[in-house]
Design a binder for this molecule. Structure first.
Ligand SMILES: [Zn+2]
Ligand SMILES: [Zn+2]
Length: 195
């Protein structure tokens, strides 16, 4: 099982919009087109709850609460157990499913996501579970950088944040110059003779 790909389905879920079933359908990769057809209204509520719990895992990981991240993932593994099975859809494209025959779309997706993120945590540690440092974004990511120092979910957020920081520094520098100039031009108050 490619746990890395499964872990990424967990990331995709946390970062997804879940207003309605159409949002959910966008989440399913092409190789899982059957999920788009079979996903039902009752899955939506399950996906929303799982999205919140998985976000908690990333919040715990990024803030050093390792034991809590592990506890949450263990409880997800219990709620969405893995039961591997060989499956084929229209063609005879044999591939693995992670839940038993007739399982709901949410059961299949979430068993894979919980499994993938759990193996990921064991392999690389919970400190590599990240939440984007750009507050307006809030997306989560798995930090695969060599020095474990990634702070943003994407290149886009990193660039936007660096540009904003640069502008703020520039504004601050201009502000300082104005203050210095104002001080330089201010005439010292004339001494009033003491009578
Ligand atoms: Zn399949
Ligand atoms: Zn971001």
């Amino acid at each position: 099982m490619n746990f890395d790909a499964y872990a990424r389905t967990g990331v995709d879920l946390v970062n997804a919009r879940l207003d309605d079933l159409d949002d959910l359908r966008v989440l399913f990769p092409d190789e899982n087109a059957w999920m788009r057809d079979e996903v039902a209204e009752r899955d939506l509520a399950i996906f929303r709850r799982a999205q919140k719990r998985l976000r908690d895992v990333f919040e715990y990981g990024t803030s050093g609460r390792d034991a809590q991240a592990v506890a949450e993932l263990n409880s997800m593994l219990e709620a969405f157990p893995v039961q591997p099975r060989i499956s084929g859809h229209d063609s005879s494209d044999w591939h693995m499913h992670v839940t038993s025959r007739g399982a709901s779309v949410s059961a299949e997706y979430l068993a894979g996501a919980a499994w993938g993120l759990s193996v990921w945590l064991c392999e690389y540690g919970s400190a590599r579970f990240g939440v984007c440092a750009d507050e307006r974004c809030g997306n989560v990511y798995l930090d695969t950088s060599s020095n474990c120092c990634r702070r943003f979910c994407s290149e886009r957020c990193a660039t936007r944040s660096h540009v904003a920081a640069h502008r703020a520094r520039k504004r601050a520098a201009v502000g300082e110059q104005v203050t210095v100039a104002a001080q330089a031009t201010a005439e010292p108050a004339p001494l009033t003779p003491v009578s």
